[in-house]
Design a protein around this ligand. Structure first.
Ligand SMILES: [Cu+2]
Length: 215
C-alpha cells in the first residue's frame, strides 16, 4: 500500500502529540463566580488558589459595588454597578480579602487565597447576668460559626445551656442562654468561634449566680 507523502508527515506529527497528551496537564488558573444580589454575596466565602480569579456577577435590582475592607491583603474596588454588570479580579497573592458593598455595608464577603490559616479572634467578651438570661457580648473579627455553652464549674463537661452554632458576621455580637433552672453557684461560659477554614478561637468566662434574694 502506498501512502501519499502528506499522510506520512501527518502520521509523524501525531506521535509527539500523543506523548504530550500523556504528560500531566499544566495547572490552569480557575475562575469562581460570585453573585452580587440584593443584599448579599453568594457564596459569601470563596476559597481559591493563588492566580485564580473571581468574577462578581450583578443580579437583583439594586446598584452595588465590591470594595475591599480594611485589613484585606490588597485593596480593590469596582465601580457602583447596575444589574447585568460584572467585575473580575485575579488574586496572585495569597491572603485574605474581606470585602463589602459600601452602599450596603451589611453585604459582606471573603475571598480566601491559599490555605485559610488565620484563626478568628474573639475579643471584648463580657458576660452579663440578667433576670431572665445570661448574655455574652463580644467582638468577632471575621465571619464564623459561634457557639456559647454554659456548664457548672464543678461539672465542666456537662453542658447545661447552649446557644448559637450559626454563622455570625464579624463585628459586635452577642449570644444568650436562659437563666431559669440554673441553681445558684459558679458557672463557666465557653464561647467558641470557628471560621470556614476550621480555625478556632475560644474564650472562657467564669461567673456566679447568686442565691435569690428574699422578699
Ligand atoms: Cu450593595
Amino acid at each position: 500500500m502506498r501512502l501519499p507523502l502528506v499522510a506520512l508527515l501527518a502520521g509523524a506529527l501525531v506521535v509527539p502529540a500523543i506523548s504530550l497528551a500523556g504528560a500531566p496537564p499544566a495547572k490552569t488558573a480557575a475562575t469562581i463566580d460570585v453573585q452580587v444580589d440584593d443584599y448579599f454575596f453568594r457564596p459569601a466565602y470563596a476559597r481559591i488558589e493563588p492566580g485564580d480569579s473571581v468574577t462578581w456577577l450583578w443580579r437583583g435590582q439594586d446598584v452595588h459595588n465590591v470594595t475591599s475592607r480594611k485589613g484585606a491583603t490588597e485593596a480593590f474596588a469596582s465601580d457602583d454597578l447596575l444589574p447585568g454588570a460584572q467585575f473580575s479580579r485575579s488574586f496572585p497573592t495569597p491572603g485574605r480579602y474581606a470585602y463589602h458593598c459600601t452602599l450596603h455595608p451589611e453585604m459582606r464577603g471573603v475571598v480566601q487565597v491559599g490555605p485559610d490559616t488565620i484563626a478568628p479572634e474573639l475579643t471584648k467578651a463580657k458576660l452579663k447576668v440578667g433576670k431572665q438570661s445570661v448574655r455574652v457580648s463580644f467582638a468577632l473579627d471575621e465571619a464564623s460559626k459561634v457557639s456559647l455553652s454554659v456548664a457548672s464549674v464543678k461539672k465542666p463537661k456537662k453542658v447545661l445551656r447552649r446557644a448559637g452554632g450559626k454563622k455570625l458576621e464579624d463585628g459586635r455580637r452577642s449570644l444568650s442562654v436562659k437563666r431559669a433552672g440554673l441553681a445558684p453557684g459558679r458557672y463557666r461560659a465557653t464561647l467558641t468561634a470557628k471560621d470556614p477554614g476550621a480555625n478556632k478561637d475560644t474564650v472562657k468566662i467564669t461567673f456566679k449566680l447568686p442565691a435569690p434574694t428574699g422578699g
